[in-house]
Design a protein around this ligand. Sequence first.
Ligand code: AMP
Length: 220
Amino acid sequence: MIIIMLGAPGTGKGTVAGILKDELGIPQISTGDIFRKHIKEQTELGKLADSYISKGQLVPDDVTIKLVQSRIQEDDVKPGMILDGFPRTVAQAEALDKMLSEQGKKVDLVVNLTTPKDEIIERIVNRRVCSNQECKAVYNLVMNPPKKEGICDKCGSPLVQRKDDTEETVNERFESYLKNTAPLVEYYENKGILRKEEVSKSINRLGKDVAEDIVKIFKK
Ligand code: AMP
Protein backbone atom coordinates (compact mmCIF):
# COMPACT_ATOMS: atom_id res chain seq x y z
CA MET A 1 0.00 0.00 0.00
CA ILE A 2 1.56 3.27 -1.10
CA ILE A 3 0.00 6.55 -0.04
CA ILE A 4 1.17 10.05 -0.95
CA MET A 5 0.36 13.11 1.15
CA LEU A 6 0.03 16.20 -1.00
CA GLY A 7 -0.75 19.75 0.08
CA ALA A 8 0.65 23.21 0.73
CA PRO A 9 2.90 23.73 3.76
CA GLY A 10 0.93 23.75 7.00
CA THR A 11 -2.07 21.78 5.75
CA GLY A 12 -1.21 18.92 8.13
CA LYS A 13 0.43 16.36 5.83
CA GLY A 14 2.76 15.23 8.61
CA THR A 15 -0.06 14.93 11.14
CA VAL A 16 -2.19 12.75 8.86
CA ALA A 17 0.83 10.71 7.76
CA GLY A 18 1.84 10.13 11.40
CA ILE A 19 -1.59 8.73 12.29
CA LEU A 20 -1.65 6.54 9.16
CA LYS A 21 1.80 5.21 10.01
CA ASP A 22 0.63 4.14 13.49
CA GLU A 23 -2.72 2.77 12.35
CA LEU A 24 -1.60 0.98 9.19
CA GLY A 25 1.82 -0.11 10.47
CA ILE A 26 3.81 1.12 7.49
CA PRO A 27 6.67 3.67 7.53
CA GLN A 28 6.21 7.40 7.02
CA ILE A 29 8.86 8.78 4.72
CA SER A 30 9.19 12.53 5.12
CA THR A 31 11.81 14.09 2.88
CA GLY A 32 11.67 17.23 5.05
CA ASP A 33 12.54 15.17 8.15
CA ILE A 34 15.38 13.42 6.33
CA PHE A 35 16.80 16.77 5.22
CA ARG A 36 16.47 18.20 8.75
CA LYS A 37 18.34 15.21 10.18
CA HIS A 38 21.18 15.81 7.71
CA ILE A 39 21.19 19.52 8.58
CA LYS A 40 21.46 18.72 12.28
CA GLU A 41 24.32 16.29 11.63
CA GLN A 42 25.94 18.85 9.30
CA THR A 43 26.52 16.36 6.51
CA GLU A 44 27.33 17.58 2.98
CA LEU A 45 23.75 16.86 1.96
CA GLY A 46 22.56 18.76 5.04
CA LYS A 47 24.59 21.83 4.13
CA LEU A 48 23.28 21.78 0.58
CA ALA A 49 19.67 21.21 1.66
CA ASP A 50 19.88 23.98 4.27
CA SER A 51 20.89 26.52 1.64
CA TYR A 52 17.51 25.94 -0.07
CA ILE A 53 15.25 25.12 2.88
CA SER A 54 16.21 28.23 4.87
CA LYS A 55 15.07 30.35 1.89
CA GLY A 56 11.79 28.47 1.54
CA GLN A 57 12.92 26.93 -1.76
CA LEU A 58 12.80 23.32 -2.90
CA VAL A 59 15.92 21.19 -2.76
CA PRO A 60 16.85 20.35 -6.39
CA ASP A 61 15.09 17.37 -7.97
CA ASP A 62 18.21 15.30 -8.68
CA VAL A 63 19.30 15.42 -5.02
CA THR A 64 15.82 14.68 -3.67
CA ILE A 65 15.07 11.88 -6.12
CA LYS A 66 18.35 10.13 -5.35
CA LEU A 67 17.60 10.34 -1.62
CA VAL A 68 14.15 8.77 -2.03
CA GLN A 69 15.43 6.17 -4.47
CA SER A 70 17.82 4.82 -1.88
CA ARG A 71 15.29 5.08 1.01
CA ILE A 72 12.61 3.07 -0.78
CA GLN A 73 15.02 0.18 -1.35
CA GLU A 74 15.07 -0.50 2.40
CA ASP A 75 13.34 -3.57 3.81
CA ASP A 76 10.85 -1.79 6.05
CA VAL A 77 9.19 -0.30 2.97
CA LYS A 78 8.24 -3.69 1.51
CA PRO A 79 4.68 -3.73 2.94
CA GLY A 80 4.09 -0.14 1.87
CA MET A 81 4.79 3.46 2.85
CA ILE A 82 3.33 6.88 3.34
CA LEU A 83 5.22 9.49 1.40
CA ASP A 84 4.98 12.79 3.25
CA GLY A 85 6.32 15.75 1.26
CA PHE A 86 7.46 13.77 -1.77
CA PRO A 87 6.88 14.19 -4.68
CA ARG A 88 6.77 17.97 -4.81
CA THR A 89 7.36 18.45 -8.55
CA VAL A 90 6.11 16.71 -11.69
CA ALA A 91 9.68 15.52 -12.37
CA GLN A 92 9.75 13.88 -8.92
CA ALA A 93 6.35 12.26 -9.53
CA GLU A 94 7.51 10.85 -12.85
CA ALA A 95 10.71 9.56 -11.28
CA LEU A 96 8.70 7.94 -8.49
CA ASP A 97 6.39 6.19 -10.96
CA LYS A 98 9.45 4.85 -12.75
CA MET A 99 11.15 3.66 -9.53
CA LEU A 100 7.99 1.93 -8.36
CA SER A 101 7.21 0.29 -11.68
CA GLU A 102 10.73 -1.17 -11.66
CA GLN A 103 9.72 -2.86 -8.39
CA GLY A 104 6.32 -3.91 -9.81
CA LYS A 105 4.53 -1.40 -7.55
CA LYS A 106 2.35 1.66 -7.96
CA VAL A 107 0.85 4.47 -5.92
CA ASP A 108 -2.55 3.46 -4.47
CA LEU A 109 -3.83 6.75 -3.11
CA VAL A 110 -2.90 10.43 -3.15
CA VAL A 111 -4.47 12.58 -0.45
CA ASN A 112 -4.55 16.26 -1.34
CA LEU A 113 -5.05 18.48 1.71
CA THR A 114 -6.26 22.06 1.33
CA THR A 115 -6.60 24.74 4.01
CA PRO A 116 -7.37 28.50 3.74
CA LYS A 117 -4.13 30.49 3.59
CA ASP A 118 -4.79 32.63 6.69
CA GLU A 119 -5.27 29.47 8.71
CA ILE A 120 -2.06 28.01 7.26
CA ILE A 121 -0.01 31.03 8.39
CA GLU A 122 -1.56 30.90 11.86
CA ARG A 123 -0.80 27.19 12.12
CA ILE A 124 2.77 27.45 10.92
CA VAL A 125 3.90 30.33 13.11
CA ASN A 126 2.39 28.57 16.13
CA ARG A 127 3.82 25.15 15.26
CA ARG A 128 6.33 23.61 17.63
CA VAL A 129 7.93 20.23 17.06
CA CYS A 130 9.59 17.76 19.37
CA SER A 131 13.39 17.95 19.03
CA ASN A 132 13.68 14.19 19.55
CA GLN A 133 14.04 12.69 16.06
CA GLU A 134 12.48 9.42 17.21
CA CYS A 135 9.36 11.20 18.48
CA LYS A 136 8.79 14.20 16.20
CA ALA A 137 5.44 15.03 17.83
CA VAL A 138 3.84 18.21 16.50
CA TYR A 139 2.05 20.82 18.65
CA ASN A 140 0.23 24.06 18.04
CA LEU A 141 0.57 26.71 20.73
CA VAL A 142 -3.09 27.73 20.27
CA MET A 143 -4.98 24.66 19.07
CA ASN A 144 -2.97 21.87 20.66
CA PRO A 145 -0.48 23.19 23.24
CA PRO A 146 1.77 20.87 25.25
CA LYS A 147 0.76 20.34 28.89
CA LYS A 148 4.05 21.83 30.08
CA GLU A 149 5.35 24.83 28.14
CA GLY A 150 8.21 23.95 25.79
CA ILE A 151 8.20 20.24 26.68
CA CYS A 152 6.91 17.31 24.64
CA ASP A 153 3.99 15.49 26.34
CA LYS A 154 5.02 12.21 24.77
CA CYS A 155 8.74 11.97 25.48
CA GLY A 156 9.71 14.96 27.65
CA SER A 157 12.19 16.41 25.14
CA PRO A 158 12.34 20.15 24.45
CA LEU A 159 10.05 21.55 21.75
CA VAL A 160 11.56 23.69 19.04
CA GLN A 161 10.34 25.95 16.25
CA ARG A 162 11.44 24.91 12.77
CA LYS A 163 13.81 27.47 11.26
CA ASP A 164 11.63 27.73 8.15
CA ASP A 165 8.41 28.27 10.12
CA THR A 166 8.50 32.07 9.95
CA GLU A 167 5.87 34.17 8.20
CA GLU A 168 8.41 35.38 5.63
CA THR A 169 9.63 31.90 4.69
CA VAL A 170 6.08 30.55 4.70
CA ASN A 171 5.13 33.00 1.93
CA GLU A 172 8.10 31.84 -0.11
CA ARG A 173 7.19 28.18 0.49
CA PHE A 174 3.61 28.88 -0.50
CA GLU A 175 4.72 30.48 -3.78
CA SER A 176 6.95 27.50 -4.46
CA TYR A 177 4.01 25.18 -3.73
CA LEU A 178 1.77 26.97 -6.26
CA LYS A 179 4.45 26.96 -8.95
CA ASN A 180 5.99 23.51 -8.50
CA THR A 181 3.68 21.26 -6.52
CA ALA A 182 0.11 22.33 -7.36
CA PRO A 183 0.40 20.79 -10.89
CA LEU A 184 0.61 17.40 -9.18
CA VAL A 185 -3.09 17.65 -8.31
CA GLU A 186 -3.95 17.34 -11.99
CA TYR A 187 -1.21 14.75 -12.52
CA TYR A 188 -2.78 12.38 -9.98
CA GLU A 189 -6.36 13.36 -10.79
CA ASN A 190 -5.71 12.13 -14.33
CA LYS A 191 -4.58 8.81 -12.89
CA GLY A 192 -7.86 8.54 -10.93
CA ILE A 193 -6.16 8.11 -7.53
CA LEU A 194 -6.63 11.57 -6.01
CA ARG A 195 -8.68 12.11 -2.86
CA LYS A 196 -9.42 15.78 -2.07
CA GLU A 197 -9.74 16.76 1.56
CA GLU A 198 -10.34 20.19 3.01
CA VAL A 199 -8.88 20.52 6.49
CA SER A 200 -10.04 23.60 8.35
CA LYS A 201 -11.31 24.57 11.77
CA SER A 202 -14.04 26.58 9.97
CA ILE A 203 -15.67 23.33 8.83
CA ASN A 204 -14.61 21.45 11.95
CA ARG A 205 -12.54 18.93 10.01
CA LEU A 206 -9.03 18.29 11.22
CA GLY A 207 -6.18 16.07 10.08
CA LYS A 208 -7.17 13.34 12.50
CA ASP A 209 -10.66 13.15 10.92
CA VAL A 210 -9.11 12.73 7.48
CA ALA A 211 -6.75 10.06 8.78
CA GLU A 212 -9.60 8.15 10.44
CA ASP A 213 -11.53 7.99 7.15
CA ILE A 214 -8.50 6.78 5.22
CA VAL A 215 -7.72 4.11 7.80
CA LYS A 216 -11.28 2.82 7.36
CA ILE A 217 -10.73 2.39 3.60
CA PHE A 218 -7.58 0.32 4.07
CA LYS A 219 -8.76 -1.67 7.06
CA LYS A 220 -12.02 -2.75 5.35
P1 AMP B 1 8.50 19.74 4.94
O1 AMP B 1 8.99 19.24 6.24
O2 AMP B 1 7.84 18.67 4.11
O3 AMP B 1 7.66 20.98 5.08
O4 AMP B 1 9.80 20.18 4.10
C1 AMP B 1 10.64 21.23 4.56
C2 AMP B 1 11.47 21.74 3.39
O5 AMP B 1 12.32 20.68 2.90
C3 AMP B 1 10.67 22.20 2.17
O6 AMP B 1 10.19 23.53 2.30
C4 AMP B 1 11.73 22.06 1.07
O7 AMP B 1 12.64 23.13 1.11
C5 AMP B 1 12.47 20.78 1.49
N1 AMP B 1 11.84 19.60 0.87
C6 AMP B 1 11.13 18.62 1.49
N2 AMP B 1 10.68 17.71 0.62
C7 AMP B 1 11.12 18.11 -0.61
C8 AMP B 1 10.96 17.61 -1.93
N3 AMP B 1 10.25 16.50 -2.18
N4 AMP B 1 11.57 18.28 -2.94
C9 AMP B 1 12.30 19.38 -2.70
N5 AMP B 1 12.45 19.94 -1.50
C10 AMP B 1 11.87 19.31 -0.45
